[in-house]
Write a protein of this length. Structure first.
Length: 194
């Protein structure tokens, strides 16, 4: 297989989404500090983190294919909800999301073979949760699905039963907005759905 790009992520969901559109890739995950800066707004945060991931990946490679990185954040009332630290943190986040509409920002960063070329795109999706009972939240936590997920939920998994409505990109909420990703890749000559 002729790989078309390097994916700067170990996320199985991002791999599945690239597989879905027929893009071949090499996985080269990077580890960066994802702590939000003081007074950093969610939109700036998600774009910065995606860009830092792709830059970190490029810095680790001598010769490279285009590098694709992404970052997804769940945002409620301007507050970035990261991955839950523990059960209590997940319960708090899911209680806050219950019965409300929140935003999911998913930024992608593509660095071409010419190290000076950097392209970004952003998807914003509105997700409304129905009211979720404390018992449902506890049961959901017990499944293990909320661990390691932004906002403590996976829309493509069991949490789909909490979603009353969605306006925007489903794949963006999963972790890689396919419309925006395909647009960036095609502009770089990377064929989609081969």
């Amino acid at each position: 297989m002729n790989e078309q790009l390097i994916l700067a992520s170990a996320s199985p969901r991002r791999k599945e989404l690239l597989d879905q559109i027929g893009v071949s890739y090499i996985v080269h995950p990077v580890d960066i500090d994802e702590t939000p800066k003081d007074r950093e707004v969610a939109l700036d945060y998600v774009c910065r983190v995606a860009a830092e991931k792709s830059a970190a990946c490029v810095s680790e490679l001598i010769d490279f294919l285009p590098v694709l990185a992404a970052d997804t954040s769940v945002v409620l009332d301007g507050q970035i909800m990261g991955k839950p630290k523990n059960r209590e943190h997940a319960m708090t986040m899911l209680n806050q999301l219950s019965g409300k509409t929140h935003s999911v920002y998913s930024a992608i960063s593509l660095r071409s073979q010419c190290k000076n070329k950097h392209f970004q795109a952003l998807s914003k999706t509105e997700v409304r949760f129905r009211e979720i009972s404390p018992e449902e939240i506890q049961s959901y936590w017990n499944t293990g699905e909320p661990k390691g997920k932004a906002g403590a939920y996976a829309i493509q998994g069991l949490a789909s039963v909490f979603v009353e409505s969605i306006k925007g990109s489903f794949s963006g909420v999963v972790g890689l907005p396919l419309f925006e990703t395909a647009e960036l890749l095609s502009k770089q000559g990377i064929k989609i759905i081969r």
